[in-house]
Unconditional design. Sequence first.
Length: 386
Amino acid sequence: MSTYNYDYIIVGAGAAGLNLALAMNDDAFFEDKSILILDKEEKNKNDRTWSFWETGSGKWDALVSKTWNKGKVRANGETINLNLRKYQYKTLRSSSFYSYAKTSLKEPRFIWKTEQVQKIVQSEEGAIVSSKNDNYKAKYVFDSRIPDSYSLEDANYLNIAQHFKGWIIETESPAFDDSEFTMMDYDLKDGESTSFTYILPFSKTKALVEFTYFSPDLVSESTYDQYLKKYIKEQLKIEEYTISETEKGIIPMTNFPFEDFNQQYVIKIGTAGGWVKASSGYSFKNCERKSQNLIKFLKSNREFYKDSTPKKYKHYDKIFLEVLSKENHFGEELFYRMYKNNSIQTIFRFLDEDSSFQEDLKIIVNLSSSPFIKGFMRHLKSGLTT
Ligand SMILES: Cc1cc2nc3c(=O)[nH]c(=O)nc-3n(C[C@H](O)[C@H](O)[C@H](O)COP(=O)(O)OP(=O)(O)OC[C@H]3O[C@@H](n4cnc5c(N)ncnc54)[C@H](O)[C@@H]3O)c2cc1C
C-alpha cells in the first residue's frame, strides 16, 4: 500500500465537496496547491435536482435549468401567492453540476479518484485518508461522510426527516402553469402527518411532482407512489402521463451536533458538517456560503475552524424541530401561518440566516400558536441553551 501526499483532500464529490473545490479553483491562493477529490461513485448520473433562491444573478446561472419569479403555498384550503420580487427560485440538475466540475477541476491542481474511503485518522500535522488500495496524506481533509453515530432514532436529539419521492412527469398536452412553482400543497396529506406535494413545472408539459414528509417516521416506497398517483389524478387532473425520471431522498432535519465531529485537520462538510438548514432541509446555497467560510479560514492564521452562524438560528431551528417532532399534525398550520403572515422575502432572509431580530420576532409572533409559542417560551426559560 502506497502513501501519496497532497495539500488538501476532499472526501465526497457532492454538493459540498464540489462547491468547495470550485471555490478553491477560483482563488489564486490555491493555484500552486494539490487537491485530491475522492468519491466512491463516478458522479455521472443525475441523482437529484437542487433548488434554491437568491437575488439577482448567481454563480450557477449558466447551469440553472429553470427559474421562477413566483410560487404558491396551498394550506388550510387557501392559496397563498408568493411574489418573489427581487428573489428568484432556481433549479439545477446535479448531473450538470457534476459535469461542469469535472471539466473545470483539472490536473495538475485537482486529482480525481473513484475510491471508497474506509477511514480518516488525524495525525500531528495533518490527516491520513485510507481506501482499500492506498493511503493519502494531507494537511487538511474535508469529509462529507455522515458520522456513524447519527441516527434518525436517536432520542437524545430532535430528529425528523424530510423524506420524499418525486417523479418527473410528461404529458402530451399542456397541463402545468410553468410560471409558478408550488412550495407546499397540503390539499393531499398522509393522515395527520406534515406531508405535502412540491411541484417544479419545467414547462407546460413537464414537471417534477414530489410527495414529501417532514416527519419522524419513514414510509414504504409504495406509500409515496400511492400519494403521487392520487395527487396527479385528483389534484392536477392528469389522466395520462409518462414518468421520465424518479428522485428519492431522506434529508436529516435535526439538532444533532454534526459540528462536534470537526477536528483540527479533519473538517466535516455538507450534510455531515451540519450544513443542512434544520428547519427547511435546504443546503445547496449553504454549501456555497460555507465553502467561502472555509476558504477564508484556510487563508487565515487561525488554528481551528469554527462555524460562524449566529447562535440564535440554532434556537429557532430547534423550536421548529420541537413542534414538528412532537406535534407533527401541526405542520400544515405552522407553515400556513408562516407563509400567510410574512412576506416571502422575510422568510427567505430568515431561512438564509440573514434576518434582523425584528424580522425573527415577527415570524415567531405571527406563529402565535400554542405549540410553537410553548416551545419558544421553554427555550427562553432554559436560557436559550442548545
Ligand atoms: C434527492 C435530493 C434532493 C435534494 N434537493 C435539494 C434542493 O432542492 N435544495 C437544497 O438546498 N437541498 C436539497 N437536498 C439536500 C442537500 O442539498 C443534498 O443532500 C446535498 O447533496 C448534500 O450535499 P453533500 O455534499 O453533503 O452530500 P452529497 O451531495 O450526497 O455528496 C456526498 C458524496 O460523498 C460520497 N461518499 C460518501 N461516503 C463516501 C466514502 N466512504 N468514500 C468516498 N465517497 C463517499 C458520496 O458518493 C457523495 O458523492 C436534496 C437532497 C436529496 C437527497
